[in-house]
Design a protein around this ligand. Sequence first.
Ligand code: GDP
Ligand code: MG
Length: 172
Amino acid sequence: MSNTSSFKLVLLGESAVGKSSLVLQFVKQQFDEYRESTIGAAFLTQTVKVEDGSNVKFEIWDTAGQERYKSLAPMYYRGAQCAVVVYDITNYGSLEKAKSWITELQRQADPDIIIAVCGNKSDLAERRAVTSDQVQKMFEGEEGLLFVETSAKSGDGVQALFTVLAEKLHNS
Ligand code: GDP
Ligand code: MG
């Protein structure tokens, strides 16, 4: 019998950056071009095995990015041990939005929250509008953030993102 610990994870970021698609890829290894957008928030769980054989169970709150749901966000990040803040590498504005989510998390969420900044849609590299230099500049001087790029479409980087988070949570 291996032991399992559970962690609450919240996904934040502008609408249409691919939050729901990331979760679908992580939980079901699927991608669906024509998914309906999230209303309010969706809840899913997924368990990953970490190095020492223990299980880390993610309790995932996938929030809706629309402004009209913004006031609900604290309900989801409150008590979260982990946040994935997503932007779209083809949309610079979505990086600025990610920055504002991170500022809000740093002010209002658990001070020990582990935050990953995730640049999604890496399969659309030919339309890239955000470089790693710009990301570095945006988050200069901020400590403890993880930076990753993913494609919810191809699956690139998706398992890696959640595995890194699982290891970090497990060892914290
Ligand atoms: P959310 O509003 O942040 O949950 O975004 P969705 O997951 O609903 O995705 C918004 C749109 O972007 C959908 O049309 C997805 O098919 C598309 N999308 C999401 N992730 C990717 C990706 O990694 N690559 C590409 N090419 N499209 C993606
Ligand atoms: Mg969604």
